[in-house]
Design a protein around this ligand. Sequence first.
Ligand SMILES: Cc1ncc(COP(=O)(O)O)c(C=O)c1O
Length: 405
Amino acid sequence: MEQKDYTGQYKAEAMMATRLQEVPFSGIRKVLDAVTALKAKNVDVIEWQIGRTDFDTPEHIKKAASEALMKGLVHYAPNLGIPSLRKAIGARTTVDNGVAVDGEKQSIVMAGANEGILVAMMAFVNPGDEVLVADPNWHHYKSITSLMGGLPVIVPTTEKDGFVLDPDEVARRITPKTKMLCVTSPGNPTGCAQSAESMKALAALAIKHNLVVLADEIYARIWYGAGATAPSIYSLPGMAERTIIINGFTKTYAMDGWRLGWTVASEENTRAMLKVRQYTTVCVNTFIQHGAAVALTADQKPVDDMIAEFAKRRQIMLKGLRSIPGVTVPEPLGAFYVFPNMKSFGLSSMELSDYLIEKHSIATVGGSVFGAAGEGHLRMAYSCSTVDCERGIERLKTALAALGK
Ligand SMILES: Cc1ncc(COP(=O)(O)O)c(C=O)c1O
């Protein structure tokens, strides 16, 4: 980067903070733009590109938010979030994680899970601190660590290990500068989840080396394994004091556009994050928080129905992909992604993703967008109807067969 020009001529690149050099623009945007362009021309696109649900926010949640707006709840909320919502977050976490949580003291309502990640990292990552991040992964942990002046330390995962953190690989990378371990289970882009055993081993490492754990549990309830939710590291002995849970409404309640999430952490950790909140966003939009409180306290049938629908799509995707010679798919136990290995077709994941959208109108995201260990894979989000999943698989078979020739 150029040095600041003192001659008075303004050059944006020279003026930008040097830390911006460490972070790329999102690689997902390219395929989103391609889909928008095709749809503007009425092309029939198979939409496997986007990491959000295709469901509408349930009616009772929208109604509660609109009523709050019409009642005039339009002023600042408390920094932490409205008490009824924090209480509901505490009750939900107590059920899902099996550990008593006092939501009023231990949670902060965030503008999406992503704000939770940002605030947690601002509160705990010093310049020079090392943060352990699995690869492939949701890009935010790495990018926000860099924006904080920290050092993301990449822990590659493999298809053989189901794309989850191998505690031995984590241990090998711990140094005196390691401050934080990020655990995303189930994960994006793979849908794969840490086993209860590996979670215990990660917890033991965090305790032994005195690490903060950022546990992104945004997909914990979109879960196809044993039990109602994915195993949580927060619930393990000795972990509540050092774990910051990141969670939200985006996936479970089909509320991505509302921008609402939360953190759950010890009172002390929550107070540290509150300081960041007071000097950044101050609070989240007040009236939508009233809708969110209803999301958590009302009958959860809409969530169960949505997950049942995802389970059907998951079966179609797995069966279909596994019927294609040369394709293998690690078992996704949660979320709404499959991450097939397409290496046998001889293209890089970006080349294959480009080929599929350009020649066959199938939108996927190249695995390398999520890190080097994702190379050769594609992320497919089954956030489209079962009919589109079936049509998509047939179209994909044709596209791949054409490549073979
Ligand atoms: C693992 C993970 N964490 C966080 C987020 C962001 O969620 P939100 O929309 O609540 O900011 C996503 C979104 O795709 C995600 O996949």
